[in-house]
Design a binder for this molecule. Structure first.
Ligand SMILES: C[S@@+](CC[C@H](N)C(=O)[O-])C[C@H]1O[C@@H](n2cnc3c(N)ncnc32)[C@H](O)[C@@H]1O
Length: 221
């Protein structure tokens, strides 16, 4: 059988309308109420230091950014990038009392201007929603934005064989972005290694179907 060729227009990652306005509630519901515990654990795994400068690619409603600020001092900061108007409005309302949080309406799948500025780059449930060529651009943006020794955190689906997965997983994936099918078949670690990242760590979640993958921008540059 010929492998499916995905186009960017197949993607569902640009969350809009009802789904955007209720994104956090939908995630809580879909995960049977476990999402708030899961995401707190993920942010803990990032080992955020008080002075860290963090870039969040596709930051959505700002839920993750707010959790990050708990670990930051006034010297630390988070910059969130997203293109969704509804997401932007929710983010701004939620983060209005944090002086060290900013938001920019900016695409992450085109070349960005950030160079050696950040200690951490985070991307959560966004990377799967792009064709591989755009994923490579996003990885390049992360690499450039990080200082040597800085860390790239990808929270997304793990690699797995969907065809041989339990019925419920196959069912859940029917509602997912079609590009996620392509993403789970990719060896993202080797792509990152080819791009100059090393020191990989994997933190499995949801029976290993989801992972937080951390990769370090080589400090030997
Ligand atoms: C599935 S949501 C994840 C939101 C957030 N990262 C989270 O985990 O809660 C995907 C997000 O990516 C944003 N997005 C999609 N395409 C984008 C692009 N090209 N540039 C920047 N943000 C994008 C959407 O607006 C949406 O907020």
């Amino acid at each position: 059988m010929q492998p499916t060729v995905y186009k960017q227009s197949d993607s569902k990652v640009e969350v809009k309308g009802f789904e955007a306005r209720h994104y956090d509630l939908l995630m809580n519901t879909i995960t049977g109420g476990t999402y708030p515990f899961f995401i707190r654990r993920v942010i803990r795994e990032m080992n955020i230091q008080p002075q860290d400068e963090i870039l969040d690619f596709g930051c959505g409603s700002g839920r993750n950014v707010c959790l990050m600020t708990k670990y930051l001092s006034n010297q630390g900061r988070v910059l969130g990038l997203d293109i969704g108007q509804e997401m932007l409005e929710i983010f701004q309302e939620r983060c209005k009392n944090y002086s060290n949080v900013t938001f920019k309406k900016q695409r992450i799948d085109e070349p960005l201007q950030y160079e050696n500025e950040f200690d951490k780059v985070f991307i959560s449930f966004v990377l799967h929603g792009f064709v591989q060529e755009r994923r490579l651009q996003i990885i390049d943006n992360a690499w450039r934005a990080l200082r040597p020794g800085g860390k790239f955190f990808i929270l997304d689906y793990n690699e797995f064989d969907l065809e041989h997965s339990p019925f419920l997983v196959r069912l859940a994936f029917k509602a997912e972005c079609p590009l996620a099918n392509d993403f789970i078949a990719r060896d993202i670690k080797s792509v990152l290694r080819d791009h100059g990242f090393d020191e990989f760590h994997t933190y499995p979640h949801y029976l290993g179907y989801v992972r937080l993958l951390s990769a370090q921008k080589s400090s030997k540059l």
